[in-house]
Design a binder for this molecule. Structure first.
Ligand code: BDP
Length: 330
C-alpha cells in the first residue's frame, strides 16, 4: 500500500515536472535568442528580425528568432561571452569589440584602412570578407560562427565644438570602444581617449565625464547623444563593419540543412541591412539637421590620416597579408 502510494506520488510528481519542463525544452529547442545593443527599428535589428521571420516560415515554425534589442542582455562584451556559452544564439557585434576574441579582425578596424564606404562594402562582400568570417568560425577559441557582415557607415567625432584638425582635439576626452587600437587611434588624432561601454556614454556626455565621442549618424541619433554634443565633424576615421555571429555551441546542434538555411538567410540579411542602412543615414541626418545639429564637412582628413599612420603600422603589422589584400581591392 505504502509502496503503491509512493509510486503513484512519484508518477504525479514526474508528470507535473514534465508539464513544467516540456514547454521549456520545446521553446529552447526552437527559439533562437538574438541580441543587439541597438534599439528596435535600428537597421541591424530590423534585418535580423526579418531573418527570423523568413526562418520561421521556411521551417514551418520549427525555428524561430526572438530579438532582445536595446542592450537588455548587457553590453557588447557581456553579450559576446553569452553567445560563446550559448545563452544567446544570434548576435550582431561591431568588429571593434570582437577583436578581444579574434585578434585578426583588427585588420578591419584600422583607422583609414578603407578608402571609403564603397571600398569597405566591396571587401566584405568578396573573398576577403569570407576569409575573415572563416577565421572567426575556424578559431576554436572564438566559439563563434561568422555568418554575415553588416554596414556601420563611417565613424565621426562629435563634441560641443567643431573638430577640423588634430589641434582641435587637444585636451578633449573622447569616448572610444574598449579596444586598445581605438584608444591609440584617438590619442594619435590629438584627443584623450577614454573607453567605456556604449550604454554608459549618454550619461558620461551629459555629466562631462567625456567631452565627446565618435560614431555613425544612426547611433548618434538613436542614442540621443546629439542632445548633449551637437557638433558632428566628418573625420571618417573608422569605417568598421559589423558581424552577425552564431553561437558555435548552438550551431553544432543544428542539422546541416538548418545551418545552410541560416547561412543563406544571413547573407540576405547582409544585403537587406545595407538598404536599410542607407535609408537610416539619410533620414537620421535630415532629422539631426532639423534638431539643430551642426555638421562639419571641411575637416582636414589628410592631417588625421597622417597622424594615425603609426597606429596602422603597429596594429596592421601582424596582419600585413590581410591589409595588403584589402588595399589591393579597387
Ligand atoms: C555602434 C555599433 C555598436 C557599438 C557602438 C559603440 O553598432 O555595435 O557597440 O557603436 O560605439 O556603431 O560601442
Amino acid at each position: 500500500m505504502l509502496r503503491r502510494q509512493f509510486i503513484s506520488r512519484l508518477g504525479m510528481a514526474a508528470c507535473a515536472a514534465s508539464l513544467l519542463v516540456a514547454p521549456l525544452l520545446a521553446q529552447s529547442a526552437t527559439t533562437l535568442k538574438a541580441a543587439d545593443v541597438h534599439p528596435k527599428g535600428y537597421p541591424n535589428v530590423v534585418a535580423v528580425e526579418h531573418l527570423g521571420q523568413k526562418l520561421e516560415k521556411a521551417t514551418d515554425g520549427r525555428l524561430k528568432v526572438r530579438m532582445f534589442a536595446g542592450g537588455v542582455l548587457g553590453d557588447e562584451k557581456t553579450m559576446i561571452e553569452q553567445t560563446q556559452i550559448g545563452a544567446i544564439q544570434l548576435y550582431r557585434v561591431s568588429v571593434g569589440g570582437l577583436s578581444v576574441v579574434v585578434p585578426e579582425v583588427n585588420a578591419f578596424s584600422l583607422p583609414y584602412i578603407f578608402r571609403d564606404q564603397d571600398h569597405m562594402r566591396k571587401v566584405i562582400d568578396g573573398p576577403v570578407g569570407q576569409e575573415m568570417l572563416d577565421k572567426i568560425t575556424n578559431n576554436p577559441a572564438s566559439k563563434l560562427v561568422g555568418l554575415a557582415w553588416m554596414d556601420s557607415g563611417s565613424r565621426n567625432v562629435y563634441a560641443k565644438k567643431a573638430i577640423r584638425t588634430p589641434a582641435d582635439l587637444k585636451g578633449l576626452k573622447i569616448r572610444m570602444q574598449g579596444n586598445p587600437l581605438f584608444v591609440d587611434t584617438m590619442n594619435a588624432m590629438g584627443g584623450n581617449a577614454i573607453s567605456m561601454p556604449f550604454g554608459e556614454l549618454y550619461t558620461a556626455l551629459q555629466t562631462g565625464v567625456v567631452d565627446g565621442a565618435e560614431n555613425n549618424e544612426p547611433s548618434y541619433y538613436s542614442q540621443n547623444h546629439y542632445t548633449v554634443a551637437n557638433v558632428f565633424s566628418r573625420t571618417h576615421h573608422l569605417i568598421i563593419p559589423e558581424i552577425l555571429v552564431f553561437s558555435k555551441t548552438a550551431w553544432d546542434k543544428l542539422s546541416k540543412e538548418d545551418q545552410d538555411l541560416i547561412k543563406k538567410l544571413a547573407r540576405e540579411a547582409q544585403m537587406e541591412q545595407r538598404e536599410l542602412w542607407n535609408k537610416s543615414v539619410a533620414d537620421d541626418t535630415a532629422k539631426l539637421k532639423e534638431k539643430g545639429v551642426t555638421f562639419v564637412d571641411d575637416v582636414d582628413v589628410k592631417a588625421f590620416i597622417d597622424a594615425t599612420a603609426p597606429v596602422r603600422e603597429k596594429y596592421g603589422a601582424p596582419y600585413a597579408d590581410i591589409v595588403k589584400k584589402i588595399q589591393a581591392i579597387e
